[in-house]
Design a protein around this ligand. Structure first.
Ligand SMILES: *Cc1c(COP(=O)(O)O)cnc(C)c1O
Length: 495
């Protein structure tokens, strides 16, 4: 029998077991004590570089156990922990622990989920995950789709499908320059920055995006939307799609989706919904009506790495008629022997999106959906919403805080010292400095939003570890740091 090849990459069974057990022990201890650690050590880039060291690329290899021990130490002592109960910045969730184990298993099997033949069970698991996600948010099980890296990619994937479906039929062959009319897309002015990237990437140009003003509830103003469409038609442009937002990134507002869908039908436009953050809240029966019109969408973007608590990265594009994805992305090069000859058709995910080789990101979502269950998610998401409300109420009750907005699980507020209540410029720089201090202090982590020209602190709770006591403590922290910042600023202004 031939001897096994000696190589510097393999790790023998006993060593793998030892290193693996040590890593799992460290992770278990870390997760168990995450609430007792600082949210972040807040080090500067140069400090981090000095901790990391600046050695050259290693010429020779090192023992895996030592390397993993060092990596564990570096990461567990010098990271920002979005799993900390007092992390509520941007829209970054605490990750479900089962996701970490899922990624280990996924990397071990290492299926290439671009083609069924290369990932037989993994492809079927991704298909099931997609159909469970459609069921989760309450749209028809006929929606199909694909998992991608996040919200941006989910929106891009849908955007190009919309362009293919709505632009002149020769767009795939001749490109946009052959189109006789300039294409136009419509979205609320609160839409996430992905739309600019999509307009650039897919050749429409950023001037093709019509940013529609918002109404008094900060939803897209559908009257202004219709006017813009009419105007563009009069000017010889070709409207192709409207983007509704289900949970805007700043304040969590959900557009009037039903109203948008009516306009899309009237003008025969593609209706896309960016639900990257908010759409999982549709799992809660009392919130379902907020999302009326969701099942009219031609495409929906959602982000399991936000409110489904999946570890990064995980986004999802759902399309009402998945044939649009095939029409956009499918090709059959001679070097792929993926066509099935039996009666059964195997689904090859490379034909459904931009990626070719694809990792097994479905596993962590598939396992979470089963570990937590629909009812478990309903409870977690509902509690996140209640905690954001509680933060709003406590801010509202506090004489030095102003509660500004509360939608879904996002609350905005600001620190307002009693003698500076009307000085917008002062309050804006005060709250900006307050936030800077908070973000590096390690006690709690919030982000910011500009609401009606006010610089606000913004808490977005997509965090199953946050409890009511964290919310009360965060109020105390904000007030304490607010007072200190106020004193510093006044002294600076005097000098
Ligand atoms: C987060 C978010 C995005 C971007 O998603 P990524 O996962 O960060 O790429 C897009 N749209 C909305 C509404 C979001 O909340």
């Amino acid at each position: 029998m031939a001897a096994k090849r000696v190589n510097p990459i393999d790790i023998n069974k006993d060593e793998f077991r030892d290193i693996g057990h040590r890593l799992i022990d460290d992770i278990a201890d870390f997760l168990d004590t995450i609430d007792k650690r600082p949210v972040t050590a807040g080090q500067s880039p140069s400090k981090l570089q000095s901790i990391l060291g600046s050695g050259n690329l290693p010429e020779k290899g090192s023992p895996a156990g030592e390397l993993l021990a060092r990596a564990t130490d570096l990461l567990l002592n010098n990271s920002l922990f979005n799993g900390h109960p007092k992390f509520m910045g941007y829209i970054t969730a605490s990750a479900a622990p089962i996701g970490a184990l899922a990624d280990l298993l996924a990397a071990t099997v290492n299926p290439n989920v671009g083609a069924h033949i290369l990932s037989p069970m993994a492809t079927e698991i991704e298909k099931q995950t997609i159909s469970w996600l459609a069921e989760f948010i309450g749209v028809s099980p006929n929606y199909g789709g694909i998992l991608v890296s996040g919200g941006n990619m989910a929106n891009f994937t849908a955007f190009l499908a919309a362009r293919t479906a709505m632009a002149p039929k020769n767009v795939k062959e001749d490109g946009l320059s052959a189109a006789s009319k300039p294409l136009r897309v419509y979205c609320s002015k609160t839409t996430h920055t992905w739309i600019d990237k999509a307009a650039i990437l897919f050749g429409l140009g950023t001037n093709a995006v019509r940013w529609i003003k918002t109404d008094s509830l900060n939803r897209m103003d559908n009257t202004a939307l219709e006017q813009a469409i009419e105007e563009d038609l009069d000017n010889g442009c070709q409207p192709i799609m409207v983007i509704g937002t289900a949970g805007d990134v700043s304040t969590g507002v959900v557009d009037d989706l039903q109203g948008i869908s009516v306009l899309c039908k009237r003008y025969q436009l593609w209706f896309h919904i960016d639900g990257a953050y908010g759409v999982p809240a549709a799992v809660i029966p009392t919130y379902k009506s907020l999302f009326t019109g969701l099942d009219e969408a031609d495409s929906i973007a959602l982000d399991p790495h936000k409110w489904l608590y999946s570890p990064l990265e995980a986004g999802c594009t759902l399309v009402k008629d998945p044939q649009h994805l095939l029409d956009t992305y499918s090709s059959h090069p001679e070097y792929y022997n993926f066509t099935t000859t039996e009666e059964e058709i195997a689904q090859n995910y490379y034909e459904y999106g931009l990626q070719n080789s694809r990792g097994f990101r479905a596993l962590k979502i598939w396992l979470s959906l089963q570990h937590i269950g629909r009812a478990g998610y309903e409870k977690l998401i509902g509690e996140d919403i209640d905690l954001a409300k509680r933060l709003f109420e406590l801010a509202d009750d506090h004489p030095e805080l102003e509660a500004v907005s509360n939608n879904l699980s996002i609350t905005t507020l600001r620190y307002v010292p009693s003698d500076k209540k009307t000085d917008l410029t002062y309050l804006n720089s005060l709250n900006q400095q307050l936030l800077n201090t908070l973000q590096t202090g390690g006690e709690a982590f919030l982000s910011n939003a500009i609401v009606r020209e006010m610089y606000c602190l913004r808490a977005c709770i997509v965090n199953f570890r946050t409890s009511e006591s964290d919310i009360r403590e965060i109020i105390d922290i904000i007030v304490r740091v607010g007072r200190e910042t106020n004193i510093t600023l006044r002294n600076e202004n005097k000098n």
